[in-house]
Write a protein that binds this ligand. Structure first.
Ligand code: HPA
Ligand code: ZN
Length: 337
């Protein structure tokens, strides 16, 4: 696309990336063979090509999530989790990512009998290796699956606390998130855990306003004291709430290719990118689940440029906001600015 080299060179921060969403059909088949765990017999899984084709035809968030959770059966050992994390960091490095705050879904593993310790150890190894070998700094964000009973989130949080992973911003898990099926699973349900996270000095974000209406966004701000909103594109439907988000400097973590793949919009040009820029809504651009949605972060930057033909000054605003909206310390921000 136009400005491709310029976009590639920008010092990118990623804030909306599910490590489990980096499990490509190729890696799925490789781990299935390595671990001797069968691939589902459903015809979509007949080959890497048929699975890739199916991934190009999601009808909505829940249709995608069924594939996302199912693929994880082949990921079992600490090495597997490290490999999945490393898959992300190597490609992110190629795309010019300098700092990444990445999600993981412990309940999608503990429900299969994989311990929290296995998951966290593998991902943490990948993060440490990324810093050492690639110079990419990172943070882990533990997400609750909102379609599961709140009691299971409680158990997950207690386990994270007991394991010593979850006490202040400098712990192995430095932030809390909320993901999975949105409509019908309001943010406020998880208030108790978010209040506790705030007391523990843990950062807070939540998926809201992807498929859900703007009351899911206000629910995450009021009920959870979320400091960022993941997706949040339906903010454009509520002018008063948009004014509040601008005043409070809340950053949205927007995922353009994801929104097209899950049919939240029909094409990238329908996203309120230009409206957000003009109004002063801060946002970063991110890849969400790159193995499923046709591209990592640079593809998302390029898709936005192709749709909106932004100026260099506008790109500087986006990049500066994504650095300033990161949860790294000021010294790291100054290096990136
Ligand atoms: N939305 C909700 N849950 C998710 C997503 C998403 O985009 N990706 C992985 N889990
Ligand atoms: Zn997401």
């Amino acid at each position: 696309s136009q400005l491709h080299a310029f976009l590639h060179a920008l010092p990118k921060c990623e804030h909306h990336l599910h490590l489990e969403g980096c499990l490509s059909p190729t890696l799925l088949f490789a781990l299935s063979a390595k671990n001797n765990i069968p691939i589902p017999s459903d015809p979509s899984y007949a080959s890497i090509a048929t699975l890739t084709e199916r991934y190009n035809n999601f009808s909505n968030l829940n249709d995608f999530l069924a594939f996302y959770y199912r693929a994880l059966d082949v990921v079992v050992s600490v090495d597997d989790f490290e490999m999945l994390g490393w898959e992300y960091f190597t490609i992110a490095n190629r795309d010019g990512v300098k700092h990444a705050e990445v999600f993981f879904d412990p309940q999608s593993h503990t429900s299969r009998g994989v311990s929290l310790e296995t998951v966290v150890s593998g991902f943490d190894r990948a993060c440490k290796r990324a810093e050492k070998e690639l110079g990419i700094t990172s943070k882990l964000i533990m997400c609750f699956l909102r379609h599961l009973p709140v009691q299971e989130a409680r158990v997950t949080m207690d386990e994270a606390v007991k394991g010593g992973y979850f006490d202040g911003e400098e712990s192995v898990i430095s932030a809390l998130g909320l993901d999975s099926s949105e409509v019908g699973f309001r943010p406020e349900i998880f208030q108790e855990m978010y209040v506790e996270a705030e007391k523990r000095g843990i950062r807070r974000t939540a998926h809201a306003g992807e498929e859900g209406d703007p009351t899911y966004i206000s629910g995450a701000l009021d009920g959870l004291h979320a400091e960022r909103i993941d997706h949040g594109i339906r903010l454009i439907e509520d002018a008063d709430l948009m004014d509040r988000v601008i005043k409070e400097g809340i950053m949205l973590t927007v995922c353009p290719l994801s929104n097209v793949c899950l049919q939240v919009v029909q094409h990238v040009g329908q996203l309120p990118i230009r409206k957000f820029l003009e109004a002063g809504v801060k946002f970063s651009l991110n890849s969400d689940d790159p193995a499923y949605f046709g591209g990592y972060i640079l593809n998302n930057y390029c898709a936005v440029q192709d749709a909106f033909d932004l100026s260099i000054a506008e790109w500087k605003t986006i990049v500066e906001n994504s650095i300033q909206g990161s949860w790294c310390d000021q010294a790291r921000k100054d290096e990136l600015l």
